[in-house]
Design a protein around this ligand. Structure first.
Ligand code: XIL
Length: 385
């Protein structure tokens, strides 16, 4: 890291303290480099507490942005393909698989000593399934045909990669955040319900990849407005346990959204329900994975120094609570630099100021959020499992 970062971070942090009376963690994040967190790669900071650290990476970024790929290789020991394992990318037709792009990401990750996660085997929303599957004719025995399609897909992918992939998001986002109910898809309709469909996905994955950690992944978060989503996810996880569905962990995506400059009282209000949720999940015996960390800088001023400080403080506060759970050992960001984040395309800011959702800016320079993540990892209780 450039040495200037220390000084800049301190100044920005101090300004943030005066302007918004924010968290103590702002100060901690801005402290001189006591733990060597700024000079060290994030994977090494994480490893000192026996965590792993990684990011999503797309085929486009990998093949067209060597400087970014080098940054990912230096900072990460975990990798996940941003899109290339999803049905929409992997399944051009009902009878074919297009593995080249995912293979390229996996091979590159392995060549750089990274563990690569599988994301995902079933994104259970029509919006994210290929058009051909949404319009599929399941014929005269729809149940059997849906079962065949789903199990063939999961079998083919997991057997192809064998022990090269040790953790899968088997099911992604099956819960409707509005009311906590489960989404239906062409598959679940043909199969006679969403729960049997998701159960089948997990059972198939367990049989074909018995070595792998099987994850249910979703974006219920700690901001206000997530109550129905969290309740729905809890119901789903309870159901998995009741029915003996083989699910090992909850993927906590962690697409955070600031509500303004985070103050201590604001964060304290978020913390209670969030702990309650994570307590309930872990009491059921699930492990936790932070799978897709990034921040939508909503209701923060466009001013970059102020905005970056707000994002960093919010991230630090969130990670302090979340990383305290010993069931959590892996932290992945959804992109490491602003020039490769999906957020701008997904939800631009109202004032059109370019989003700053990740750890590194568009010039690949570290931002305060990078220091906040490093500090949170350095401060997390050491993993013992
Ligand atoms: C996003 C990708 O980043 C985009 O490139 C793509 O257009 C849509 O999907 N939750 C998830 C991820 O589980 O797979 C999503 O990734 C972001 C939200």
């Amino acid at each position: 890291m450039p040495t200037a970062f220390n000084r800049r971070d301190l100044i920005v942090g101090a300004a943030g303290l005066l302007a918004s009376a924010p968290l103590e963690s702002a100060l901690a994040a801005a402290m001189p480099d006591v733990a060597g967190t700024e000079a060290a790669a994030l994977k090494d900071v994480a490893a000192r507490r026996r965590f792993r650290f990684g990011t999503a990476l797309s085929y486009g970024a990998l093949t067209r942005d060597p400087a970014y790929a080098a940054l990912v290789a230096r900072q990460c020991d975990l990798l996940v393909a941003e899109n290339e394992m999803k049905w929409q990318w992997l399944r051009p037709t009902p009878t074919t698989f297009a593995f080249d792009r995912f293979d390229a990401i996996l091979g590159w990750g392995e060549a750089h000593g990274m563990a690569v996660r599988g994301h995902n085997l079933l994104w259970h929303q029509p919006k994210w399934l290929p058009a051909w599957l949404n319009a599929y004719d399941f014929g005269s025995a729809p149940h059997r045909e849906a079962e065949r399609l789903l199990t063939t897909h999961i079998d083919t992918v997991t057997r192809r990669y064998g022990t090269r992939i040790k953790s899968y998001d088997v099911v992604n986002e099956a819960v409707n955040p509005k009311d906590g109910t489960l989404y239906e898809t062409s598959l679940s309709k043909a199969l006679g319900g969403t729960e049997p469909t998701l159960d089948l996905a997990f059972h198939t994955a367990r049989a074909a990849a018995p070595h792998a950690q099987l994850v249910y992944n979703d974006y219920m978060s700690w901001e206000p407005g997530n109550d129905a989503h969290r309740a729905g996810v809890l119901r789903l996880l309870e159901g998995f346990r009741r029915r003996g569905t083989p699910v090992d962990a909850l993927g906590v995506q962690s697409h955070l959204i600031t509500q303004g400059l985070p103050t201590a009282s604001h964060v304290a209000a978020l913390e209670g329900p969030w702990r309650q949720f994570l307590d309930a999940v872990t009491h059921m015996g699930y492990a936790l994975v932070v799978t897709e960390l990034d921040v939508r800088d909503n209701n923060l001023p466009a001013d970059i120094a102020v905005r970056d400080r707000g994002v960093a403080d919010f991230t630090r506060a969130y990670l302090d609570v979340t990383l305290a759970y010993p069931q959590l050992t892996d932290v992945l960001c959804w992109g490491l630099a602003d020039r490769h984040s999906w957020i701008e395309g997904f939800e631009p800011r109202r004032d059109r100021a370019p989003r700053r959702p990740t750890l590194y800016d568009t010039a690949l320079q570290p931002k305060p959020m990078r220091a906040a993540v490093a500090a949170a990892l350095a401060a997390a209780p050491i993993r013992t499992g």
